[in-house]
Design a protein around this ligand. Sequence first.
Ligand code: ZN
Length: 244
Amino acid sequence: MRNILLPALSALLLTGCIDQPATAPRPAAPVASADMGQASARYARVTARVEPVAEQICRSFHQDKPASFCDFQFALREDPNEPANAFQSIGRDGRPLITFNSNMLKQVQNDDELAFVMAHEAGHQTATHLIKSRNNQILGGAVLGLLVGLGGGDTRAGVNLGTRIGGLAYSKKYELQADTIAVHITDRAGYDAERGVKELARTGGSNSFLSTHPASAERVANAQAVLADIRRAKSQGRRAPIVW
Ligand SMILES: [Zn+2]
């Protein structure tokens, strides 16, 4: 059983990236770099505007959790050799941590795009994707470990593979959900969400062979539909509810 099952399941892994459960889109091609000092200033400026809005929206869905659950922290990783990336994790103090690396910062072309990517990462926390991914990993590992063990195979290999597959289980759905929340955060923070979403179209979103992200066209279409809802609500004098 191991001889058949493991290669077949290994092939599935090639459809997604496993290093970060919550990553922002990677660029399709090198883009002209802004000056790093200017990029850092932009990071500080946009963080100051996005954080309070992201925190307020997150809290509105998690009133039962400690305030720290939505108290976003931001970090900047300066490594010129690291591919452009942004991701959300949980810091040592238990608060959500949004990290951008320098190449990601250099490649966003305006404040609206940076706000959108930042808001996307905050969306992952709001929708509790890290927790869900971890649960999927545990379940995947348990189920596949059991199956491989029952088939006479290497249980530990089954657990490892199941853990990885479990982590990918809903990754594309989670990316679309994070985008949905991001459009709301971007708009409510006073940025141009339509311009922000262009980051998706420009960078390709899922150009990477190992990306966890859906095709950029699907992401752009989803984000534009959310934006249309927001605008329709505004024209009727109301605020669109955040539904993902
Ligand atoms: Zn993401």
